[in-house]
Design a protein around this ligand. Sequence first.
Ligand SMILES: [Zn+2]
Length: 375
Amino acid sequence: MLPDIENLLRLQEADKEIRRLQDEIAELPKRVAAIEQKLAGTKAQLEKAQNAIKTDEAARRKHETTISDLRGKISKYRDQSLDVKTNDQYKALLHEIQFAEKEIGATEDKILELMVDADTRASEVKAAQAELKEETAEIEEEKEAARQRTAADEKELAEWNGKRNQLRAVVDEDLLRHYERVSKFRGSGLSEVRDHKCLACQVMLRPQTYNEIRSGQQTIICDSCQRILYMNPSEELVEQKPVLHRPRRHHPKIDAPQAWYYRENYADAGEVYLSLTNAGTQASRRVYEIHTGRMVGDILIREGDYRQAFPEDITGAIRLNGDWPEEELEAWGTEAPMVVLDSLYADLEAARYEMSARGTKAQTPAAVPSEQAAG
Ligand SMILES: [Zn+2]
């Protein structure tokens, strides 16, 4: 993986963490505010219950005054009744006394009612006080937790910002600008490549693009979403598993009826795979462009086996492992399938690795490793 890509991946992680921490820091006061609002509600409820008690107490005092006034009146009527001259006057006083007594009874009922209500009011106040106490403790706890969380987040944020600045300083400026522009619009500036696809936009990559990413030599951008593409090292290993599992590359047989070759510069076609097949007294040749799999030119048939028929094509070429029946080659038509290209490419990589380990070069005749002592 390119160092710039590695740094951008770290930068992306830093950007993500910074966003998360900033969101969290902004969220904490909101949580505290929500609890404070709940607390204010409970406080209002308590006040209402306490006020109701006060109102009831005032009403009771008023009723008690009323009763005491009425008792005074009755006592006065009783005194007057001792001095009355006529029966009618006596009856009138008696009536007043009865009326006052009735009113005392009604007022006493009201006091009783208030006393019953007072019990309910008292338990309401008690409940609200308990709730308030609990919520106050909770909010203190929450505030303290928020303070600590914020302090920790801010410390972490400072660390990530430091890391971010360091990473920004080492990444290529143009690449960094591209990364930031795409991140801003798409939420992320990098995308992993898997199964020949850009994972972010799910668009299939062209074989050439795919191979360029796999080789890890240069920065490649997704044509479709503009994200910078990369392949996970673990994924790269999976892709190259045949090579890893076969440290000694399997070499094709020298007398095989079909042979595949890689050539770096083939006429105007550039990099190609050559497929040479013996059939009876003749040999056929097919040429495929290595990235697209497109067939270059027509199938060429000459007399003799392919070594005699196409010596100029074999010289300086890298022999590859590959064997597909003639009918299959026919079935491909003018384009070799991706699975074939992948298989040949993996073998080519292995052959190149082998050559670099031996210190040989592709252009010299000695660079046809498989043409020497096979397996
Ligand atoms: Zn994409």
